[in-house]
Design a protein around this ligand. Sequence first.
Ligand code: NAD
Length: 260
Amino acid sequence: MLRGKVAVVTGSTSGIGLGVLKELAAAGAKVVMNDHLDNTEDHDQVAEIAKQYETEGVYIRADMSKADECAALIEQAREKFGKVDILVNNAGIQHVEKIEEFPPQKWELILSINLSSSFYTIRSVMGQMKEQKWGRIVNIASAHGLTASPYKSAYVAAKHGVVGLTKTVGLEGAEHGVTCNAICPGYVWTPLVEGQLEDQMKAHGKDRDWVIREVLLTRQPSKEFATVEQIGQTAVFLCTDAASQITGTTISVDGGWTAL
Ligand code: NAD
């Protein structure tokens, strides 16, 4: 379905990014795995995925908190495969704390990784996508791009920013065959959520089961976590011809959260 296409997925060594990368590879795309750590296992991991789906794959290290490294990621992907057709901005971190105690460095870091990195990667790829008259940009936002929760000021602000960026880029690409959309997951079971569990237990002074029931899934009417495969398959759908007229918008995969 995506044979011959080249896909870059930021922050794709674990969780949702890895799920998206696997589904893109399964659909035939050549894939670029990224994070800021350069672990040998991740070079092996992407090679194995590529082999499994009879495509090509490479790991490129780049820290999404740094503007020049975001641009370098796109440049290196292009050097390797000649072009970038699909860009999935997924890298993201979380910090949960009352705003009066929220560390300013955390605010800056979350804004840079969760929002500004998407600006820098899109800025680097847009000209080439417009020229080839085909491009798919998928931003992994969040239900927190559409609604808020206490103690997540930086994350909620960044994700609302991603939704705004998505609309703008959707408009700029509209006449050029380039779509830009945001997927807004509710809770998906990943290491990021597992990390939040600890923070939420501290913030609320409650145990694991209470936090899962009353905090994490309290606003997810399905009472189930979404899966990384479901997010990956939604991203693949946005890259198909069936989705060529879907642009500048959001798709919620949140078990009904934002319908409440
Ligand atoms: P995760 O912690 O499992 O994975 C995050 C990935 O980003 C990892 O590969 C990590 O190495 C990478 N990363 C972290 N800092 C980086 C940096 N500076 N540069 C490059 N890569 C970096 O998290 P996840 O749950 O899979 O979340 C992925 C995205 O999905 C995030 O943008 C998150 O906000 C969003 N999201 C997650 C959920 C959820 O429930 N898990 C819900 C809504 C949105």
